[in-house]
Design a binder for this molecule. Sequence first.
Ligand code: 13P
Length: 239
Amino acid sequence: MVILDKYSSIFIANWKLNGNSSFLKDYYEKLKLNSNNCTIICSPSIYLKSLKGNNEYLFCGAQDVSSYKEGAYTGELSASMLKDNNIDFCLVGHSERRQYFAETNDNVNLKSSNLIEENIIPVICIGETLEQKENNLTEEILSTQIKNSIPNEATYQNTLIAYEPVWAIGTGLTPTLDEISQVHELIKNFDTKFKSFKVLYGGSVKSSNSKEINELSHVDGCLIGGASLKVDEFNTIIS
Ligand code: 13P
């Protein structure tokens, strides 16, 4: 398992349903890693094998995993298959999966548990919708997501948490720095066990705001969607 404590910050590129072979080749030629940070590229799964991860600073991540371990489940990829292909990280419970693929906290819990068993680090995504935020439900929603989607065996060494307010994803909107700080502190204070967990922020991170977000005391890195598809922009973010 990757030793997370070795890195001062963690940056994850979530390419979502984007990219192709020539995009990938060009991206890798131009990618400039920063040796203080852990950089993880989450490509669509068919390209995972062509990603040049597993050097000391660059790793591959999947965007999802099956909750089943094996059997007659057409189209699925198991945690052990990811491990077999040198994948060290996997996003779980991204809001797009919760929204479009009806993923529940229970699914996220089981998937994360299967990943931990295979020594793959789940990046468990949580976050409130705009409606929930406007109704002052952020704390309640995050608390439920944390209680139900993080498995008992999760520790700060084998699991990452990503706070992604749903309303900030792909919209260009972000919470204020104070709000990000407060929510990250809240997450780390839900239970003494979460105090040492690394918590990443995601939602409209770009080169113009990544530095100030990443410098916040309870932020341990960023999960980047749209801006990670432009390699120059991503280079600036991780530099
Ligand atoms: P954007 O950076 O495009 O807002 O997406 C964030 C995200 O969903 C990363 O997982």
